[in-house]
Structures are given as C-alpha cells and as structure tokens.
Design a protein around this ligand. Sequence first.
Ligand code: 5AD
Ligand code: SF4
Length: 440
Amino acid sequence: MSAEPQKTFYLETFGCQMNVHDSEKVIGTLISQGYRQVSTVEDAGLILYNTCSIRDKAEQKVFHRLADYKKLHAQGKKFGVLGCVAQQEGEKIFERAPYVSMVCGSASYRNLPQMLIQVEAGKQRVTGLDDRETDECFETEFTARTNPHRGYITIIEGCDKFCAYCVVPFTRGKERSRTSDSVLAEARQMANLGYSEIQLLGQNVNSYKDSSGKRSFAELLAAVSETPGIKRVRFTTSHPRDFGRDIVQAIESAPTLCNHVHLPVQSGSTRILDAMQRLYNRDQYLERISWMKAAKREISITTDVIVGFPGETEADFDETLSLLDEVGYDSIFAFKYSPRPNTPAVHLADPISDQEKSRRLAVLQDKQKQIQTHLNHRHLGQTLEVMVEGKNETRKQWIGRTSQNKVLNFTTNSDPAVGSYVQVKATIIFPNSLAGEMVV
Ligand code: 5AD
Ligand code: SF4
C-alpha cells in the first residue's frame, strides 16, 4: 500500500514581530496537522500569506503577490490569506482574488486546524473573521521557532487604545492577556530547549493584565528574568500612557532584563498627540524618559514617529525635531502618515502632500543620523557583552548584538559559536552600528 503524498505548504510573512511570531505558531500548527513546510511556491500545495495592513504599501504588496501567483491555481494549488489584511478586507478578498480559498484574521488562529480540514475537503471561501471580541489567546504547544537561541513569547494580544491612525484594534481585536503562569511555563520550556534570550511580545505590553491576577507586568518581567538558563529578556511594544516606574525599577534590579526600552512617541507636539488620541502629552512622555535617564544603569531608548498626521503644522513638526534632541534616542523608526480604513483619522482632511511628508521624513531622519553618530561615541573604548548572531563572510566579521540592542560587529582569531556570549571592545562608530574586536 503506497503512502499518501505529504501535504505541503509555503508561508510568507509581512509586517511586525507579532506577525513573525504568529507565523511560527501557524507553522507549528500546520506541521502538527501533517503538513511539511517547503521553501518555494512551486513545491507547495497550500500557499499562505500572513499579511500586514499598518500602512497602505504593505497591503498592496499582498494583492500584487496574489496576482503574480494566480496562474498556479490552475495547477491545483490552494491559497490562504492570514493576518491583518485578511481581517480588514474580509470576504472582499474572495472577490478580488477568487482563487483564494481561506481568509483568516489573527484572532481566529485557534480555529485553523478545523479550517484546514475544510480547505482540504475542497470547501471554497473558508473564513475565520468573527473572533475579534474573544477573550482567548492563540496558545499552542506547537511553535516552530526559526532561531534556536532567541525566541518570542506573546503575553498580550489585541489592543484597546484606538489611536486615531491605527488599524490594529480593528485587525487584531480586543486586548486579552495570557496568565503569567502560562508565560513562565513557556519561558522554562524554551530555556530547557537551549534558548538564552526571550522577547516578550504584545501591541501594548504595559497594559498586560494577568488573567489570574497574580502578577503585574513589571512582576512578570522580573519572574521571566529569573528563569534558569535565560540570559536576556526583552519586551516590546510599550505605550507611554501605561508605562510605569516599576518597569524601570525591574530593569535596575534584574541584570538579565535588557537595558533597552522601545517607547513610541509618534509626535513631539501635544496638539498632534491630542489629535492622535494618544492619551499623553509631551511633558508626560518626557517624564517617563526622565525615569529611565535616572536609572542606575544606562537604558537605551528607541521610538516610532509618524510625520504628516492631518493638521501637523511646521511648528508641530519642529516640536518633534526638538524632542529628538531632548531625548537622545539610540534609534528611531519614522513613517509618513498613511490613512487607514475604519480608523478615526481616516475622516480628517489630509491636506499635507506626499511630497511634504517625504520632506519632513528626510529632515527627521537626517537629524536622527547626526544624533546617533554623536551618541554612539559614548561606546568608543567600552567593552560590551554581545550575543553572537552570525558571520559576514565577505567582511570577515562576526555579527553581535548588545543588551542595548545595538549591532556590534567584531573581528577575532577564534571561532565563537553562534548563540554564545562574548566580550567585545568597541573601536569604530557608525550611525547605525558599532565595530570592534573580541576581548580574549
Ligand atoms: N501611518 C503611518 N504610520 C503608522 N504606524 C501605525 N499606524 C500608522 C499609520 N496609519 C506606525 C506607528 C507605530 C508603528 C508600528 O507604525 O509609528 O508605532
Ligand atoms: Fe503587525 Fe500592525 Fe501590521 Fe498587523 S498591522 S501585522 S499588528 S504591524
């Protein structure tokens, strides 16, 4: 009796770390259902896209990709769209790309095994779109993590903040947290598998609410950082409104908690922060920064900025520029405002031209580059611990990452293992990275 040919899938991921980690869980789920992952669409029976809709270009990419592969449908291949574009566009995807047989938002991933059975049975238009009000998280024992040393753990899903520009509350649904015991069990399991770095994930990790009521977010951080075998713990993303002093205290007292905080500001102008419905003003944001600056060990701070939000004047933009000087970020992610469906801001008049948004973006990035070059000088001559991430063979340089989340490339005559921790003396400074020599 010949065995049935194995079911195969190809999965491509767009977007943020949440999506990357969701994909690891989706892949684990598919493998547990008897599928094998392949690396080309040609080899796959099922082609999946885990999509992002945070800005319009990301969304267009998905439709282009689907159009590119349309002809493969004739070969009997099946298509599924997952993630934020799936949730946002819903059944409209079937109209635009009729060869897609499954559309599923992230709040419905728990139901993927049943949905896959329907797709395999030849059912058309299988959907997972109705779970945005769920209290349940996507917890699975099957997670196919791609990196064997550093891995993500989701602690909170969804978002209840409804910032005026943001699509996430509509695509990822209501905020819901896992119990701290379940997060800690996953951390211990990862340590037993040899992981040494854990990154706790959520759209807004600071509003984490242990559903068992045992631990606050700062207490969860402290508990994860005590997991035997874990050397580094990171967390992202923080919302300034919910960012408490106890988080800074946790970083001060736990050496394994990385000394880096990503605290998206979005704008330096209180007027624009108000229009964005961010629930804090410039002074309150700067107060949180002052807590970090007063910490017993140096905390690296990074942020996200949106330029050209409706109504942003030249004076508002100047306030964002001056905020960069005042805070001294180690790096920023800056974006041109992009109107998103369903969001409150989509109804605002958006008179700032794309050209003007591009100009502001360039001015902002130029300023930040100068700040970074200047700030990176403080590392000259410092010996820093890095996790070895790999080797750049052309440059004959090893790639390392510091606790502050900076790339520190280095040379050495020895052969350090990827995933190990070594000491590196920083000798050269660039705006976006450091370089040095391993200290033996
Ligand atoms: N337009 C531009 N940038 C956006 N972001 C979120 N929504 C939008 C939007 N509509 C940015 C924010 C957020 C980051 C993940 O993406 O800066 O922090
Ligand atoms: Fe991630 Fe936000 Fe994009 Fe959704 S919309 S994939 S949450 S970045």
